[in-house]
Ligand binder design. Structure first.
Ligand code: NAD
Length: 484
């Protein structure tokens, strides 16, 4: 049975207070996770502070870049271990984790290492009142100790998306992985030691949110900034904690993203794109689409085609032949998603397909399975259309005009992403500027260049990460003015 311990100052710290880590495909026990209390969080933050003042703080950028490349290489060398750990924690198909989660986990270190090596700094020459001259130049310093609080849907990918730039900028981190998915953050501690990253630069504390490691970390006065990915309500709690000491936050939060399909779109590509956006990773992608709006002339045909896609999905264990959909992350999340399936039925939805729990082979019967589900016919103010479900499901409604599509898509407190399908170049650009989101895809979904800005509008987040945008959060910009 595995033991997931905290990683503090380069060492493994057990606490004796453990909780279970279970595999959602069959609810089998993977191992025990050692919950960090206030004392362990204090020790991790203190180790991170000492590391800033030690070798790591004095290290040249060139050496830091070398170490981050070594970390990426270390992930790639132990690719299969990361893969097995991630699929055991999440149940996601091996094909997905091996193409997305683990490669991106490694890439996040390389991309930001290369960025920091090449980032330019601004400078301005100025005239002074005495007729002389001065120059101004900007210096970027690390912010200090960064608290990193992560969700469970893309555990390694989303964690390294923050740890990569934080370390590249010279900070140290204390990571609180999701209680549902402790494995890959723990394994990364081994890679850090193997790569020669000094102790205290990367720390991991396990546990839950309120009254546990998450709250202890975000309330800690010696944490200089908090980066968080997760639900909007949790983001609010973290923002309140960060207000003490006026500490900055970067928040990547929930979404209720719209997919908009115009009648002139390439039909097959649009169906395939929306199917991915609704069902990939069992719908547990913040950028996924739970509200689909389809222009009326193709509405019926589109609903039938998406139904066929949903019914063609193959549910099963991660390494099963042709499997392209796994369970939800936990029985608790299954209960939440099923409660929305019931709400949809109660509100009078037409269930196009799914709506319940699939029949699975006996060995998987205890897992957190739900059917991929499509509804039509719900009013726009129903809970299923207003609230983030985070499951493999979507509601499809017709629209007539571009203006109506924009109004429907924007009628939400969230503003993370949108995916638009059309062959009209003008409409595409108009949608790109009218939709109130952080990311708008045209004839695509989930295409990411890691140099571009990533983040949410409205209640989907604060700040942008990605490329040079990450520097705004992970560094403090100082102006030095020199009178010549
Ligand atoms: P969650 O908010 O429940 O938990 C996220 C993390 O916060 C966990 O590690 C949890 O232990 C911790 N936490 C919970 N309460 C806390 C508190 N009071 N103080 C400190 N830490 C606390 O989110 P989740 O269920 O793990 O993830 C799913 C959510 O994440 C969805 O809403 C999804 O949209 C969002 N998400 C957003 C993005 C994005 O980039 N915008 C990406 C992925 C997921």
């Amino acid at each position: 049975m595995k033991q997931f311990r905290n990683f503090i100052n380069g060492e493994w710290v057990g606490t004796g207070r453990t909780f279970e880590d279970r595999n959602p495909i069959d609810n089998s026990l993977i191992g025990h996770v050692h919950e960090a209390g206030q004392a362990e969080v204090d020790a991790a933050v203190a180790a991170a502070r000492r590391a800033l003042q030690g070798e790591w703080g004095r290290m040249t950028v060139a050496r830091r870049v070398e170490l981050l490349h070594a970390v990426a290489d270390g992930i790639n060398r132990r690719f299969d271990e990361f893969l097995q750990a991630e699929i055991a924690d999440t149940g996601k198909p091996l094909s997905l984790a091996s193409h997305v989660d683990i490669p991106r986990g490694a890439a996040n270190f390389k991309v930001f290492a290369d960025l920091i090596r090449n980032v330019p700094a601004e400078s301005f020459a100025m005239a002074t009142p005495d007729g002389g001259e001065a120059i101004n130049y900007a210096v970027r310093s690390p912010r200090g100790v960064i608290g990193v609080v992560c969700p469970w849907n893309l555990p390694l990918l989303l964690m390294t998306w923050k740890v990569g730039p934080a370390l590249a900028c010279g900070n140290t981190v204390v990571v609180k992985p999701s209680e549902e998915t402790p494995a890959t953050a723990t394994l990364l501690g081994e890679v850090m030691n193997e790569a020669g990253v000094p102790p205290g630069v990367y720390n991991v504390v396990h546990g839950f949110g309120p009254d546990s490691a998450g709250a202890f970390l975000t309330a800690h006065p010696d944490v200089n900034g908090i980066t968080f990915t997760g639900e909007t309500r949790t983001g609010e709690a973290i923002m309140k904690a960060a207000a003490n000491g006026v500490r900055p936050v970067s928040l990547e939060l929930g979404g209720k993203n719209a997919g908009i399909v115009f009648a002139d779109a390439d039909f097959d590509k649009a169906v395939a794109g929306i199917a991915r956006a609704a069902f990939e990773n069992s719908g547990q992608v913040c950028l996924g689409t739970e509200r689909v709006y389809v222009q009326r002339p193709i509405f019926e045909r589109f609903v039938a085609a998406l139904k066929a896609k949903a019914e063609g999905l193959r549910l099963g264990s991660p390494d099963g032949d042709g499997v392209n959909m796994g369970p939800l992350v936990s029985l608790e999340h299954q209960a939440k998603v099923l409660s929305y399936y019931r709400k949809a039925a109660d509100a009078g939805a037409t269930v196009v397909t799914g709506g319940g729990v699939p029949e699975m082979p006996e060995a998987l019967a205890e897992g957190a399975w739900v059917q991929p589900t499509i509804w039509t016919g719900l009013p726009e103010d129903s809970a299923v259309i207003r609230e983030e479900i985070f499951g493999p499901c979507c509601h499809i409604a017709p629209f007539d005009t571009e203006e109506e599509a924009i109004r429907l898509a924007n009628d939400t407190p969230y503003g993370l992403a949108a995916t638009v399908w059309t062959s009209d170049l003008g409409a595409a650009h108009r949608m790109g500027s009218a939709l109130e989101v952080g990311i708008c895809w045209i004839n695509a979904w989930f295409l990411r260049d890691l140099r571009t800005a990533f983040g949410g509008a409205k209640q989907s987040g604060i700040g942008r990460e990605g490329g040079v945008h990450s520097l705004e959060f992970y560094t403090e910009l100082r102006n030095v003015c020199v009178k010549l």
